[in-house]
Design a protein around this ligand. Structure first.
Ligand code: FRU
Length: 325
């Protein structure tokens, strides 16, 4: 008896195997197509360039941290950080690098208004949306500006000082970089806040937002004036530098007011009695990512997002400060 399969039987069997294989192949490829469809539905990946003007102050370290934490909630977002180390030319180069590497969106916290205006305008012309954070540029060639109202903060500081000093006294004003808009606005707002009072600004200097510069300027003020009632510094590092100068010179009875109110910096200084008041200046980092996502998804966003502020002084610091309207 022959147990060998007949040739046409073998043929039928082989064609069956072949068909099964082909079907398997087909169903496999349909699975691949399904997978592709699924990955099409996955959110598109985006790269955001973040140009930070300086990381020398804790406030800017916090801003980057806020951006990083907000972006970490979206697996499709990648943020590339560049630190210009307080060098305007370096920051201009960073913006140009982000444009040539074709990031999907740019966030910038510019050191100065005028020199960063043109590179940002070029990014916009190249089709890259730009979110400007905290310090302004000139003109309107950007997608959205996010920041607190520095004029309002300066004015509130002026009014608080008028009230605290009973409308008279000698003031030292240590200003933020005057080629940056918060420095200009915190000054003009302050003048509005003290208008009509008998407060006298006896000494004023641009400490460029830097604690060591504020300390040096305060040393000159102390050597020139025997009676200083209060130092209004445009940021907390400035107020702290002035405090250290007064302490080193053995001068007492001077009040110190700053701006920023980071929990671990200005607010802690108020709790410790180093500063008399500080006004919160939110970093806007989280809001920048929220807005970036909207822009990347093609939604319209406002041209300007104004963040709120809080006052922290001895009377309210333990209760978490007081919101300013
Ligand atoms: C940090 C800083 C802050 C200030 C802000 C103004 O560089 O000086 O202290 O509030 O910038 O742009």
């Amino acid at each position: 008896m022959n147990s060998q399969p007949k040739p046409n039987c073998l043929l039928a069997w082989m064609s069956l195997v072949l068909t099964a294989l082909l079907w398997g192949g087909c169903s496999d490829s349909s699975k691949t197509a399904g997978d592709a469809a699924k990955s099409d539905a996955a959110p598109r990946a985006y790269t955001i360039g973040m140009s930070q003007c300086n990381l020398g102050e804790p406030w800017r370290v916090q801003m980057n941290e806020d951006i990083k934490n907000a972006a970490a909630k979206h697996s499709n977002l990648k943020v590339i950080f560049k630190d210009a180390q307080n060098d305007t030319l370096k920051q201009r180069a960073h913006v140009e690098e982000f444009v040539s590497s074709k990031v999907d969106l740019l966030i910038i916290s510019p050191k100065e208004a005028q020199p960063l205006t043109e590179p940002v305008a070029r990014a916009m012309e190249a089709g890259i949306p730009v979110i400007v954070l905290d310090r302004r540029l000139l003109g309107d060639k950007y997608t959205c500006f996010i920041g607190a109202d520095n004029k309002k903060i300066g004015k509130a500081a002026g009014e608080w000082i008028v009230k605290t000093l009973g409308g008279q006294g000698n003031i030292v004003e240590l200003m933020g970089l005057q080629t940056s808009t918060p420095g200009q606005d915190r000054h003009s707002g302050f003048l509005e806040g003290i208008a009509g009072s008998n407060l006298k600004i006896i000494f004023s200097a641009d400490m460029k937002w830097l604690e060591p510069d504020a300390r040096k300027e305060m040393e000159s003020a102390l050597s020139r004036f025997d009676k200083i009632d209060l130092v209004y510094a445009h940021n907390d590092p400035g107020a702290h530098g002035a405090y250290l100068a007064a302490k080193a010179a053995g001068r007492t009875g001077i009040k110190f007011v700053g701006i920023d109110a980071l929990p671990q910096e200005g607010v802690a200084y108020v709790s410790q009695g180093i500063l008399d008041a500080t006004f919160q200046y939110p970093t806007g980092g989280a809001e920048a990512i929220e807005t970036a996502l909207k822009v990347l998804h093609g939604e319209t966003v406002p041209k300007e997002i104004v963040l709120g502020t809080r006052l922290f002084d001895k009377a309210n610091v333990a209760q978490g400060g007081q919101e300013l309207n």
